[in-house]
Design a protein around this ligand. Structure first.
Ligand SMILES: CC(C)(COP(=O)(O)OP(=O)(O)OC[C@H]1O[C@@H](n2cnc3c(N)ncnc32)[C@H](O)[C@@H]1OP(=O)(O)O)[C@@H](O)C(=O)NCCC(=O)NCCS
Length: 152
């Protein structure tokens, strides 16, 4: 992470929706989540839909549930590689307090590299999980006792 980069994490608020949709469209132009789906997530994962603010605006988000499943995360393109994705990921790890798990497109090399850098490991593959791609199943590491460990 770039030295001195700081972001404030807080729960998603409905007034964030336009910025979230902008970040989403940039990150996933062909498969962006809809406004309705984000609102559904806000209802179903009230503690696990969080945004990160920096430079007086929302620069990224993560959605996870308390079973440790990461549903989605994205950082605004102009603010990537500054450490915001890592801050969001660590927040999820701390809040869920269990092993994290996710599916990621096998062709999304950037995301796979990002998750590996944060200690996630590929444990499986689901063929044709996405319309045009397989999913890699990734989980955060575990200690010998089976407890999830922090990657920081
Ligand atoms: C994946 C994503 C969220 C990462 O966010 P980010 O803010 O750029 O990530 P960070 O700056 O916090 O990087 C954390 C670590 O991962 C590494 N990393 C990040 N992007 C990487 C990439 N494209 N290739 C290799 N390593 C990468 C960083 O170097 C950093 O390592 P460090 O701790 O040694 O410095 C962002 O690239 C994004 O929004 N992508 C589009 C949406 C997406 O693919 N989401 C994930 C699938 S759901």
């Amino acid at each position: 992470m770039a030295e001195g980069v700081h972001g404030d994490i807080r729960k998603f608020r409905i007034e964030d929706i336009h910025k979230i949709l902008e970040i989403e469209q940039q990150a996933f132009p062909k498969t962006a989540y809809s406004k309705d789906l984000f609102i559904e997530y806000a209802k179903n994962c009230p503690d696990g839909f969080v945004v990160i603010e920096a430079y007086e605006e929302v620069v990224g988000y993560i959605i996870f549930d308390m079973k440790g499943h990461i549903h989605s995360t994205a950082v605004e393109r102009s603010h990537r590689r500054k450490g915001f994705g890592k801050i969001l990921f660590r927040h999820a790890l701390k809040c869920a307090n269990t092993q994290l798990r996710l599916e990621v497109r096998s062709k999304n090399r950037n995301a796979v590299a990002f998750y590996k850098r944060l200690g996630m490991k590929v444990v499986g593959k689901i063929p044709d999980y996405y319309e045009t791609d397989d999913a890699l199943v990734m989980v955060s590491g575990q200690s010998e006792s089976g407890q999830a460990f922090r990657t920081d």
